[in-house]
Design a protein around this ligand. Structure first.
Ligand code: SF4
Ligand code: ZN
Length: 287
């Protein structure tokens, strides 16, 4: 088997990301881009790629880490995020569930069949809120090709057609308080992100979240990996199929403001406020 040439591999990774950034106009000159930095390999690669393009594309970069409160797991990721931000000389702003909502994710595990449900809602809420405070024009996430296909199949299997407008490498600005999300790794398979980290000796937090096995995503991920190992190219074909079928048509969604917290929401009370209210009224919260 031919050994991997690190230089060529890094070029391939950069080209894939640059193609998406250019083709889909993810970043404009003078933009302020916030990167959601968990300390995992995907967000670290996203930060590395964007840090390398700051001068060429003329934009500003900042990183945001969210501590959900998953003991023995997230604190290690945040340590990695801090050291990488320091190394790349990028400002890191931190937020946490405990400060914002008054509980950690560990406190509420008994309330949900999969704690990934509130985790995703609260993390997106907080990332958006902090991005807004920082005056960011874009919020870059480490979503790779595998994540995108998993999300697509999850929405497909639950007939959540409304969510299809959230696919694609760039989400439009549909409300002044909703920072558009961009996904520079959109075309890069998860396996390649891992290879990038290993061949470059990058310090990333490789551990898996202790709750990940509870999610539908984990089941779909295993299924897709099995399919891919039997039929190489399956994942890319799925991405191409849904790109062609749905063409990322952004359906008109009316977004207003949450009556409670004032953040952008398509409902009177946003999902995060609704969940916080339910959680605070629940007796099973571990506190
Ligand atoms: Fe949160 Fe689930 Fe991801 Fe863990 S696996 S960080 S609980 S969304
Ligand atoms: Zn709200």
């Amino acid at each position: 088997m031919k050994s991997l040439d690190p230089y060529e591999f890094n070029q391939y990774i950069m080209n894939q990301a640059l193609e998406v950034i250019t083709d889909y106009k993810l970043i404009k000159p003078k933009d302020k881009v916030a990167v959601g930095l968990s300390g995992g390999k995907d967000s670290i690669l996203t930060l590395h790629i964007l840090a390398g393009l700051v001068d060429e594309l003329d934009f500003e970069l900042v990183a945001i880490s969210i501590d959900e409160g998953i003991s023995g797991y997230r604190n290690k990721g945040i340590d990695v995020a801090r050291s990488i931000a320091l190394k790349l000389d990028i400002e890191l702003v931190e937020g946490s569930f405990i400060e914002e909502f008054g509980f950690t994710l560990d406190d509420i595990t008994d309330l949900y069949p999969s704690v990934c449900i509130p985790c995703g809602v609260f993390r997106r809420y907080l990332l958006n809120k902090i991005s807004n405070k920082l005056g960011a024009d874009k919020l870059a996430t480490g979503h790779n090709l595998d994540d995108e296909i998993q999300s697509f199949l999850m929405s497909f299997s639950k007939a959540e057609l409304r969510r299809f407008s959230k696919f694609g490498p760039k989400l439009d600005k549909i409300h002044p308080k909703l920072v558009p999300r961009i996904k520079p790794l959109w075309k890069i398979p998860e396996k390649d992100v891992g290879i990038w980290a290993v061949i470059n000796g990058v310090d990333v937090h490789f551990a898996e979240c202790p709750y990940s096995h509870t999610s539908l995503r984990a089941k779909i991920k295993n299924y897709l990996n099995q399919l891919e190992s039997e039929r190489k190219g399956t994942k890319l074909s799925i991405l191409q199929s849904f790109s062609k079928t749905f063409n990322f048509q952004k359906k008109e969604i009316i977004i207003g403001q949450c009556k409670k917290c004032g953040e952008a929401s398509s409902l009177n009370i946003c999902k995060a406020c609704e969940m916080v209210h339910d959680i605070r009224n629940h007796n099973n919260i571990k506190k």
